[in-house]
Design a protein around this ligand. Structure first.
Ligand SMILES: [Zn+2]
Length: 200
């Protein structure tokens, strides 16, 4: 399937697309080994958004399987997981990185963050006062040990790997090419992400 439109998300930045109900959106790890933080909001009422905790309750697992739905804060499907052309390692437990995270890691001064990317992108669309939901951390490799200990491992995606969703309602989808370069989730070398809107 060829993309009818591609939005390039530069390294360490964020971008948004509005996907119509029934429309398809694909998130592509262009160079491999890069985490994409993603959010989805009801385009008609951004107070309703993709919710990790409601999704986990809906699918009885930590991350949906292909064919299953991501649910909103109102327990309604917002995105259907259509395809997973990756090693199928994703995370929905870890908070998006934010200025405090980098301060805690010893960074002095400003550092780009997924939270700032989300807030700026939504403000540009006229939504300047949103709550920051748990992100859907595509390609992020956070193994959960038998004792529930969490690991912070490099993303296992190869160049061109992608995940594909179909919108169950008109949705604003925001993607941040995660700027994390201290913890090795992006191999300490953040790269770009593409958002594709296939002709479907
Ligand atoms: Zn991040």
């Amino acid at each position: 399937m060829s993309a009818s439109e591609t939005i390039h998300v530069p390294p360490r930045e964020g971008r948004a697309v509005t996907v119509p109900e029934g429309g398809v959106v694909r998130i592509v790890d262009r160079d491999g080994g890069q985490v994409a933080d993603m959010w989805a909001f009801n385009a008609h009422d951004v107070r309703e958004h993709l919710s990790a905790m409601h999704t986990r309750a809906g699918v009885d697992r930590l991350f949906p399987l292909v064919g299953e739905a991501f649910l909103t804060t109102r327990r309604r499907p917002i995105l259907i997981f259509e395809r997973d052309d990756t090693p199928a390692i994703h995370d929905m437990l870890i908070a998006p990185c934010d200025p405090e995270r980098y301060e805690g890691l010893g960074v002095e001064g400003w550092h780009a963050s997924c939270e700032e990317n989300l807030l700026r992108t939504m403000a540009d669309l006229g939504h300047g006062d949103i709550w920051v939901p748990q992100s859907l951390n595509l390609f992020m490799n956070i193994p959960v040990g038998a004792d529930t200990e969490l690991g912070w491992e490099p993303a296992q995606t190869r160049a061109g790997d992608s995940v594909t969703f179909r919108a169950a309602m008109e949705a604003i989808v925001v993607v941040s090419a995660c700027p994390q370069d201290i913890v090795p989730i992006n191999n300490c070398d953040p790269t770009a992400i593409d958002i594709e809107l296939p002709a479907s």
